[in-house]
Write a protein that binds this ligand. Structure first.
Ligand SMILES: [Zn+2]
Length: 457
């Protein structure tokens, strides 16, 4: 019987990534991420699995973001006992994320999705994949990873198996990064004929739009820092702890080293951002040529002498006492939680303050309200007037834009006759990108819905 693929997440939205591939009595789950975004997401996270967790042979992670690994302990609690494979850096980041999720759940109302014991049981079953370009046999499958250029350790996952004497193969894109992003390498764009695939499952987060130029983003960023140095104000940067925080650190390090801005203190406030930065500092095997060259010159691209880490609550409180200009990077990226809220509460009423929005701000978040120019916000149980300057920078995305996605797709060695499944995007983005793939590449595309199962025949 041919292989069967079930879309158990990220089909009709950008979160909850999870695919189930079954063949010859064995099965792989590729990613097992959390659905994010309010009550509907909570319900989706708690719904029954469209496959039997106890029967799954192994799990493979594309990368360590919450929406790709956040439900792994839940799958384990529900009967999955197999190994969890991934790039070494991915497993390190995924552990941080799962532990953080269990910690947050312990401090919130309502029933936790899982606890620290569940996460500890997953830790015992982690298996390091031999790495990019290498093959790993798992049951009847062969699993190969290719650099996806999205965050540290991020991978495209190629799964192949033999059916009636011939090889069949499917590629899961995971999240696809942006060419030219700092620190890590670009998404894979050169493939050998041996990497040919019948089917592709591709993300489409930004399948309907193109990003502004990165150079322009850098320039705006530099202007804000220079301005802060002049008036002695704080620069508050709400940022996701993994990926974005390190990218911002890298840009600041470049600007300070080049003398474009003065030696401004740079604070990372929060244990998750600090731990992730340590992982980025450690996994040098994932660096691109520029970062390696910089290392060779004795200058670590993520280490500046004005760096201040605030891990515990007391250190975080001391950040408030800093006098003069400083950059404060803290989560959450959309200001709907985390330590950034206290810094906003303390500084938004000061016209010398700059708030730098470097990521997407979802609807009904504080970040979006600031972006939309509200004059007052409710923080720490009081009304805070917004006198700070709010600047939006949209050139720092970790996801390829439409042209980036298309050029990645165009590089793939796809075999005739297979289907490309467009997932991990809002419906509008999926439809636009799916049409583009048909028109430009003559691809046969499908836009699957949650829990759809298709036969790969
Ligand atoms: Zn991601």
């Amino acid at each position: 019987m041919p292989a069967q693929l079930t879309f158990a997440g990220a089909a009709g939205g950008v979160t909850g990534s999870c695919y189930h591939l079954a063949f010859d009595g064995a099965s792989l789950v590729i990613d097992c991420g959390t659905f994010q975004g309010g009550r509907i997401a909570d319900e989706l996270n708690q719904r029954p699995w469209p496959f039997d967790p106890a029967a799954v042979t192994a799990l493979v992670l594309t990368h360590g973001h919450l929406d790709h690994c956040g439900r792994v302990p839940l799958l384990s609690d529900h009967g999955f006992t197999g190994p969890v494979w991934g790039h070494a850096a991915t497993l390190d980041i995924a552990m941080l994320i799962m532990e953080d999720t269990a910690k947050l759940a312990a401090h919130s109302d309502g029933p936790p999705m899982y606890d620290r014991d569940s996460v500890a049981r997953v830790r015992e079953r982690l298996k390091r994949h031999p790495g990019y370009g290498k093959k790993q046999a798992i049951g009847p499958f062969t699993v190969e990873l290719f650099d996806a250029g999205h965050i540290l350790g991020s991978s495209h996952v190629r799964v192949s198996w033999t059916e009636k004497g011939s090889e069949r193969a499917i590629l899961f894109s995971g999240d696809i990064g942006v060419v030219g992003s700092p620190i890590i390498r670009d998404p894979t764009s050169s493939w050998s004929p041996e990497n040919a695939v019948d089917w592709v499952v591709t993300e489409s987060t930004h399948g309907d739009r193109n990003h502004p130029d990165r150079a322009a983003a850098r320039e705006t960023f530099r202007d804000v820092i220079q301005h802060a140095m002049l008036d002695g104000g704080k620069v508050l940067v709400p940022a996701f702890a993994i990926g974005r925080t390190q990218e911002i650190l890298f840009e600041l390090d470049q600007m300070i080293t080049a003398g474009e801005v003065g030696r401004i203190p740079v604070v990372v406030d929060g244990p998750l951002g600090l731990s992730a930065t340590q992982l980025y500092r450690r996994h040098k095997g994932c660096y691109d040529e520029d970062a390696l060259e910089q290392l060779d010159r004795g200058d670590h691209p993520l280490d500046m002498d004005t760096f201040v880490g605030a891990r515990d609550g007391r250190a975080s409180s001391r950040v408030s006492d800093l006098r003069g200009a400083a950059v404060i990077i803290a989560g959450s990226g959309m200001c709907n939680g985390g330590r950034i809220r206290r810094h906003l509460a303390e500084n938004l009423d000061d016209p010398k303050t700059d708030v730098l929005l470097v990521g997407y701000q979802g609807a009904r978040t504080l970040g979006r309200a600031l972006e939309d120019g509200v004059r007052e916000v409710w923080l720490d149980g009081r009304q805070v007037p917004v006198r700070a300057r709010i600047t939006r920078i949209s050139g720092f995305s970790a996801h390829a834009d439409q042209e980036g996605l298309a050029s990645w797709y165009g590089s793939l060695p796809t075999k005739q006759g297979g289907t490309t499944f467009v997932t991990h995007g809002d419906d509008e983005a999926r439809d636009v990108y799916s049409r583009l793939l048909r028109d430009r590449f003559g691809a046969r595309t499908a836009v699957p819905m949650l829990d759809d199962t298709v036969t790969l025949g």
